[in-house]
Structure formats: structure tokens, C-alpha cells
Design a protein around this ligand. Structure first.
Ligand SMILES: [Zn+2]
Length: 276
């Protein structure tokens, strides 16, 4: 990620404040309309759900590594602002069947299954009463030092954490043969079910790469939904096999970037700027 200079940051913040002010007037207008309208679909179309995407929570100087203190700052912000974490099942029940969600729902996800998710992120999330969904590269779990063990995964599962597939070997589905892609999808799902005793229904595309063919394969392999790294919120208009997320990166001003990326998404979407 390109570091934001102080001046650019100021402009960015001013822009966001402006958009938030404009959007709050849009919200108050639509709230009146929604109040008169008993059609729930008209209301839900306004409520897109943020899905955060993290990778590592540690002190490596890398865009995908968020230092634990900064991760805690972000979780504290979510707690102070009344966010409630939800599961992908809750998200899909809401998007497909209009099933009610708690106030200010947010889905927090991690990709790959690094051991710091257990040692660093898990205690912080527990402290704030949050859960996450972690997409595992199944061949690395319990095999590579950097990754969680299946026992750690099961411990988190008991606390309400959900585990999905991120393939067996972290293969980008668009770069391998059809047979190989199907094997990656099916075998990782089987391994997850065997290790965790529950059906695994959610998938995240390694490297974010997907196309119509890979969406179809994910569906065929028995998954209910799949997440990309395309910036945006998951809403009723989203493709369930290409759900948007809000990737969180480490930068010069990690919290500011987190704040802007989280709060700008609904505004940008309202103005049709990030979803086609
Ligand atoms: Zn990955």
C-alpha cells in the first residue's frame, strides 16, 4: 500500500467527513420513506454488511501484518461503536431470507490460518466478545510452523469462531486446471469437515483471483458462498459467490486507514461508486 502523506490524509479525511455528512442526510430521508414502507425488501436494500479481511496479526513490517496493539485499537473502536460480530451463516440468512441481524452487524474474516490468529488475535477478540471466520489453507494447518494446529482451530471453534476453506495449497483457482481446482475445493472441504465435525460451507479465493468458471466450481463443490478481496460491503445485490470485503492493511497510519476503509464503503456504495 502506498503510504499516505499528512496532507493527503487531511484531504482524505475532509472528503470522508463531507461524504458522511451528505450521506447522513440521505439516510434520514430514506429512513422516513422506510418508516412508511412496510416492504422489508425496500429497507434491507439499504443495509449492506461490512466484512473485514485480515491476514496476520503480528509485528512483521508487511502490509498484511497488523501489529497486535493496532488490531486491538481497531477492535476497541468496533466495540465502542456498538458493532456485533456475525457468522457467514447469519450473513447469508439475512441476504437470502431477510433473517434479522443484531445491531450494527460486522463479519470479521482472516485468510490463510496463521498461528498469530490464535496467539494474538484470538485473546483480543475474546476480550471484546467478538468472533471471526478464518479461511484455512488446509494442507498447512498443523504442518507448518507459521500456521495454527488443528487443536488450536478446535479451541477457537468452541468459542464460536467459524472456519472455511482457502483451498488445500493456496492455489489461485484461475491459474490451475479444472480438475486441480475441483480437487482443491473438494479436498479442503472434506478435511475441514473431518477435523471439525461440521459442514464447511464458506470459501475465500486465494490471492482474490476468481472468474465465472471458478464461481461455478465453488458452487459445484458444495459451498454456499465465497469471499473475494474486492473492496466493498456484502449486500442483497452482491453475487454470493463473489462477496465483497474490506481488506485491512498496515500502513503509516493503520487506524486512520482502517477507519476510512470501514466508513467510506457505505458512502461510496450509496453513490454507486464501487459496485457495478
Ligand atoms: Zn490467502
Amino acid at each position: 500500500m502506498i503510504p499516505i502523506s499528512r496532507r493527503q490524509g487531511c484531504f482524505l479525511l475532509l472528503g470522508i467527513v463531507f461524504l458522511l455528512i451528505v450521506s447522513s442526510s440521505v439516510v434520514s430521508t430514506t429512513a422516513v420513506v422506510a418508516g412508511r414502507n412496510t416492504n422489508r425488501a425496500a429497507i434491507t436494500s439499504l443495509e449492506d454488511i461490512p466484512v473485514l479481511n485480515y491476514h496476520k496479526i503480528d509485528n512483521y513490517y508487511h502490509a498484511l501484518s497488523i501489529p497486535p496493539e493496532e488490531f486491538e485499537e481497531q477492535m476497541a473502536y468496533l466495540a465502542e461503536n456498538g458493532f456485533t460480530t456475525i457468522t457467514p451463516d447469519q450473513l447469508m440468512a439475512y441476504l437470502n431470507y431477510d433473517k434479522a441481524l443484531p445491531e450494527k452487524p460486522i463479519l470479521i474474516t482472516f485468510d490463510d490460518g496463521y498461528s498469530d490468529n490464535y496467539t494474538n488475535a484470538y485473546p483480543i477478540m475474546k476480550k471484546y466478545g467478538f468472533t471471526a471466520t478464518i479461511f484455512l489453507v488446509t494442507s498447512k494447518i498443523g504442518q507448518e510452523e507459521n500456521f495454527m494446529t488443528w487443536d488450536q482451530v478446535r479451541t477457537m471453534q468452541k468459542d464460536g469462531f467459524v472456519f472455511g476453506s482457502h483451498t488445500v495449497t493456496h492455489a489461485a483457482l484461475t491459474k490451475v486446471s479444472h480438475e486441480q481446482a475441483m480437487a482443491e475445493l473438494i479436498n479442503s472441504r472434506k478435511e475441514l469437515e473431518q477435523q471439525l465435525g461440521v459442514k464447511s460451507r464458506f470459501f475465500a479465493y486465494p490471492t482474490g483471483a476468481y472468474n465465472i468458471q471458478s464461481e461455478e466450481m465453488v458452487k459445484q463443490a458444495g459451498y454456499r458462498a465465497a469471499f473475494t478481496i474486492r473492496y466493498g460491503q456484502a449486500g442483497v445485490e452482491s453475487n454470493p459467490y463473489a462477496l465483497e470485503r474490506i481488506p485491512i492493511f498496515r500502513g503509516q497510519h493503520t487506524f486512520r486507514s482502517f477507519f476510512v476503509r470501514l466508513n467510506a464503503a457505505p458512502v461510496l456504495e450509496r453513490f454507486g461508486l464501487i459496485r457495478n
